[in-house]
Design a protein around this ligand. Structure first.
Ligand code: ADP
Ligand code: MG
Length: 411
């Protein structure tokens, strides 16, 4: 019998597809940010005066985009690289990143700034405003500059309110004698949350806007390609896996364009591969991973199955089997139809005609049980391709078979 230690060791020594899984974690800030070159250039342009003429302006830039478009990672990358470049020029600049989802009041934000800059603040009795002035004085005494990012700023606007925002952004208007030592990056999901502010304050924030669009699948592919080269051993993640994830998530292919989701699916797919000791991540691992990030979809699919007519179920079974056999993300409708004929033979059913088969396939698509694409590169001729993004397929197959049996008995 294996000892406890044997069991633990066997897991520790189990081979893994991951070289360094933390490279896929959301908090990791990579050195390359494919498809965010424009945004980085814009940031550098806006903040250039801080290096050319330090103290001359307090810059304010607003980053706007939906979730997973790379706002946080771009701000952090920019902040850390800009800080190094400033220091090379003999300018003592710090980068401070505050998440307003966690720190939603002026008091908490100011306290967090002091903590990150390691500025001692008397423990009790000071208002946020007083603390902020201690920070300004501290920067003045040490000839320091700060780029302050207020991330998830929507929460700050909502909870802290207009006066708090006003206090922060208008600091140097009220004290024109001060050297301008703090510049701001605000990050927001949309411009509409700014409309809660009075128009004077709002106009202060929207002067320099940098937009972050949801990623298209080709962009996500590049991001996944690079991030996977850092996180996985060579040869464990094929391009087919990466482009499948990119298509599932890409904004131009029906997804949300959220890079965080794409990276999460990749991470989970790698974990699925490790769970079964597989040497490579497969399309099926991606299906399981996708289902974990979208539990609602698999519930919806399972709920829909009992309502499908018998032959639609037989076609779905044919799709599942063809996908399983091929190991590919998509299969051609022709292959599916051949498999359907085969299955009908097994069950002693008369197959429906081609046009009816096509109708059923379109119905499955309408119900979001399958996805279809027109074939492009890699396939001969033009044909409808069919894929299923929820997995595992063997569980889906079992469930379809049960319902088919049930429907046949019912007749
Ligand atoms: N262009 C990119 N290149 C590499 N990784 C990216 C890129 N854009 C986003 N990511 C990664 O995707 C995830 C989500 O990005 P994040 O900056 O948190 O998005 P947002 O703040 O807009 O919600 C993070 O893990 C981030 O590292
Ligand atoms: Mg963010």
């Amino acid at each position: 019998m294996p000892t406890a230690r044997d069991i633990i060791e066997s897991i520790l020594e189990k081979p893994s597809v991951f070289r360094s899984r933390d490279k896929l974690y959301p908090e990791y800030v990579p050195a390359y940010l494919p498809h965010r070159e424009e945004q980085l250039k814009n940031l550098a342009t806006y903040f250039r005066p801080l290096l050319v003429e330090p103290g001359s302006i307090s810059q304010r830039v607003l980053l706007v985009g939906s979730i997973g478009t790379g706002k946080t990672v771009t701000a952090k990358r920019f902040g850390s690289d800009f800080k190094q470049l400033a220091r090379q020029r003999g300018i003592n600049l710090e980068y401070v990143h505050v998440n307003c989802h966690r720190d939603r009041t002026l008091y908490l934000v100011v306290q967090e700034i002091a903590r990150q800059l390691r500025i001692p603040i008397p423990p009790r009795g000071l208002s946020a405003q007083e603390m902020f002035h201690i920070i300004l004085k501290y920067l003045e005494n040490r000839d320091m500059y700060v780029i302050l990012t207020l991330d998830e700023f929507d929460y700050f606007i909502e909870v802290a309110g207009n006066d708090a925002v006003y206090f922060l952004v208008r600091t140097y208007d009220e004290h024109s004698e001060y050297t301008k030592r703090i510049s701001f990056i605000f990050i927001s999901r949309s411009l509409t949350s700014l409309s809660r502010l009075d128009s004077a304050t709002e106009s202060y924030l929207v002067r320099n806007i940098i937009n972050f669009k949801p990623y298209a699948s080709r962009e996500l592919y590049d991001i996944l390609k690079y991030r996977s080269s850092e996180a996985f051993y060579e040869g464990t993640v094929g391009d087919d896996v990466l482009s499948y994830i990119a298509e599932l998530v890409g904004a131009d292919t029906g997804g949300s364009g959220n890079a965080r989701l794409a990276l999460e699916i990749l991470l989970l797919a790698g974990q699925e591969a490790d769970k079964e000791g597989a040497p490579r991540v497969t399309i099926e691992h991606v299906r399981r991973a996708f289902t974990q990030t979208n539990p609602d979809i698999s519930v919806m699919v399972n709920d829909a199955l009992p309502h499908l007519p018998l032959h639609e179920l037989l076609i779905l079974l044919a799709i599942v089997r063809t996908l399983q056999r091929s190991g590919e993300p998509y299969v051609r409708i022709g292959e599916v139809e051949a498999e359907y004929h085969h299955i009908c033979e097994e069950y002693g059913e008369t197959p429906r005609r081609h046009t009816q088969v096509y109708e059923y396939v379109m119905d499955l698509k309408r119900r979001s049980i399958i996805e279809t694409r027109l074939s492009g590169k890699g396939y001969r001729g033009k044909s409808t391709l069919i894929g299923i993004s929820v997995g595992p397929l063997d569980l889906l197959e079992k469930r379809i078979r049960e319902i088919i049996e049930y429907k046949r008995e019912e007749r």
